[in-house]
Design a protein around this ligand. Sequence first.
Ligand code: GTP
Ligand code: MG
Length: 177
Amino acid sequence: MDRLKVVIVGDSFVGKTSFTMRLVNDVFPEKHVPTVSDKSKVDFSFEGFRFTIDVFDSAGGEDFHRLRHLLYPMTDLFFLCFALNDLTSYNNVVNYWLPELRHHQPSVPIILIGTKSDLEQTVMADCKSLMQSYPKVKILLRCSAKTASGVHDIVEAAVAICLRKRKLKQKKKCIIL
Ligand SMILES: Nc1nc2c(ncn2[C@@H]2O[C@H](COP(=O)(O)OP(=O)(O)OP(=O)(O)O)[C@@H](O)[C@H]2O)c(=O)[nH]1
Ligand SMILES: [Mg+2]
């Protein structure tokens, strides 16, 4: 079975842990317990392949800005989260998180996730212009950890992106040989 490493980042309170718990245990924790760092895993099948996804949940708080990058090496894909009802969390995607990921892991693909889609959506994310500035941003998807809407689609997109990247790498190796 193939293994993928996914790291979840974004501001505190956007719902990274809730998303992870919905994905891994299919539950929704109502309470916010600030994360320090957490690792869990989930098995997933896609196009006849079976994957184990190691999900690294990170702390969004500023206190952890200097430590968080220790999670980044060997990452296959980032889930970069903002809350669809919190403009500040989206502005921080643009002004803080994307520059941070490009600085530490410039070649790792990113899925942008708008969380809390069950609440009123006040953020108009301009994904096209973000993708132009940051080609590693592959797609913007919306989800709700509360209702589970969109969560499966995000994992499917993640696996498809990683699979495509690995196939491309193998192709390049074959050409060199
Ligand atoms: N309505 C709604 N609330 C959500 C959703 N996801 C998370 N929440 C709530 O938002 C709050 C913060 O969620 P967390 O998952 O703890 O946030 P986090 O991003 O992990 O925060 P840090 O660990 O501090 O970085 C909690 O009270 C959750 O119940 C969602 O999809 N819908
Ligand atoms: Mg958390």
